[in-house]
Structure formats: C-alpha cells, structure tokens
Write a protein that binds this ligand. Sequence first.
Ligand SMILES: [Cu+2]
Length: 143
Amino acid sequence: MKKWLTMVALSATLLLVNIATACEHEGACSQSCSLGPHFISPKDGDVISGDVHIKMGIKGMQVHPAGEVIKGTGHHHLIIDGAYVPENTTVPKDDTHIHFGKGQTETTVKLKPGKHTLTLQFADGHHQSYGKIMSRTINVTVK
Ligand SMILES: [Cu+2]
C-alpha cells in the first residue's frame, strides 16, 4: 500500500515536471514563460535581411483597441532602439514609438543595416505604460 502511494506521488511529480518543460518549449513563449508581451518573431539574436516582419504576443493580458481603459487589457507598442516606458507614463508617439491602437499584433518595419534593439511595451487604452514588467526587449541585426 505504502509503495503504491509512493508510485502515485512520483508520477504526479513527473507530470508537473513535464508540464513545466512543455511550457519552456512552447514556440510562442520560447523567451520566457513569464507574463507580459513577447516577440513571436523575430527572435532575440536574429539576423534579418530586408524588411523586419514583427509578430507580437501577450501573456496574462488581452489585446483591446485603444480608447477606453479596461482592466486586464491594452495594446502593443514597438520601440525601436529605445528603452521601455516607465509605469503610468504615456508612451510617446513618434518614429521610434509605434502604437498599435487598433489592436494589431503584426507589423513590418524598415530598419537601417546594423544592430538594433526592439522593445515591446504593453500599455492601457489611454497609452499609459504598464511599465517594465509588461515590456520585452530583443536584439536583432539587419543586413
Ligand atoms: Cu498606444
């Protein structure tokens, strides 16, 4: 009886380990399984020729068009060669801070050849940043 219980406990432990491993290898969250935005593509360290096609994902929140603030929702921002935007600060709108206020999750950008950082910043319906925890930065090289 005692041996049987040990076997059950052991199986349960193995199952949990399997779930954790599966999460790490899930394509959409290969950078990390933590909450926040992530790049489905490109990946950190990618070398890209031509235009950069970007696919954005989010974990722990829902994408919703800008306009009204709804708890647990927001929209993506792409920051080119710049830092994340501190919490409760309005995300600037310029050539290097691109808003996806319609709820878009894909875009294509043209970057000069060389090394660049791409940062995703998730912010609420009034473009107020959710801060560092809701940002993600990767490095890419454009040929
Ligand atoms: Cu915005």
